[in-house]
Design a protein around this ligand. Structure first.
Ligand code: FPP
Length: 239
């Protein structure tokens, strides 16, 4: 990578990929064209993450709420998701990327679920980057799900003390550390139900750039901002 790389990088970057629709509108194209070009950004950012040696990347691709979008758009997104998995698998193998999903996998068609399982299985030994895609994801639902499982553990006598550690065990991917850095594209200042438990101490960065235009240089600019942040985790420094 020829560009200037910040000296302090996050371990886990999470991204709310927003603005595909607005990008398409600006170009006088159909919304689905924005999603298609958005996939090029996914590839670009994934490759850049690998090159930088950042070990975890989590992308918000489809929320639980997104099912209520127009039928045609949901259908197009499902098609693109299948195509993405098919086309990106060689790149994942080549770059040592382990593919992971967080969210309600059971909400998807049987054939997409089979594709998720196949890509996860094929990439399970890859060690350079864990790429998690949030699909049919809702942060509140993830919390409720953990609480439910935790209650079952308590009932069975498996858990004596309800604490953060016991709760965390039931998240979709408990082994993945909380994100250090959350990027949201296209200017909206909200979390939109993404990783609500995990972002307790995450540094947040919002850019006006629309997701299809968010490429390597924009990512490096965001990471340069992260390197400047003073992370205190609720503590005081130099008092
Ligand atoms: C937000 O833009 C984007 C989405 C809801 C979907 C994100 C999907 C992709 C980047 C492509 C598919 C991804 C994979 C991994 C296959 P929006 O439609 O909400 O944009 P708007 O707010 O401008 O309308």
């Amino acid at each position: 990578m020829k560009e200037k790389v910040p000296d302090r990088l996050p371990t886990h970057v999470a991204i709310i990929m927003d603005g595909n629709g607005r990008w398409a509108k600006q170009q006088r194209l159909r919304r689905v064209e924005g999603h298609k070009v958005g996939i090029d950004s996914v590839r670009d950012i994934t490759e850049a993450t690998c090159e930088l040696g950042i070990p975890y990347l989590t992308l918000y691709a489809f929320s639980k709420e997104n099912w209520s979008r127009p039928r045609e758009e949901v259908k197009a997104l499902m098609f693109l998701l299948g195509l993405y998995l098919e086309e990106e698998l060689p790149m994942m193998m080549d770059r040592g990327i382990r593919f992971n999903i967080i969210g309600e996998r059971g909400d998807f068609s049987k054939s997409l679920q089979a594709q998720f399982d196949a890509v996860m299985k094929k990439t399970e030994r890859n060690r350079n980057l864990v790429l998690s895609i949030a699909l049919s994801y809702s942060g509140r639902r993830e919390i409720i799900r953990s609480v439910r499982h935790l209650c079952e553990d308590v009932k069975k006598g498996l858990v004596k003390r309800i604490d953060e550690k016991a709760f965390r065990r039931h998240l979709y991917s408990p082994e993945i550390p909380d994100p250090d850095f959350l990027i949201r594209t296209s200017g909206e200042m909200r979390l939109s139900n993404f990783l609500l438990w995990q972002v307790a101490y995450t540094e947040i960065y919002v850019t006006d750039i629309l997701w299809p235009d968010f490429r390597k240089q924009a990512f490096l600019d965001a990471l340069a901002e992260f390197a400047k942040r003073d992370r205190r985790f609720g503590n005081v420094k130099d008092f």
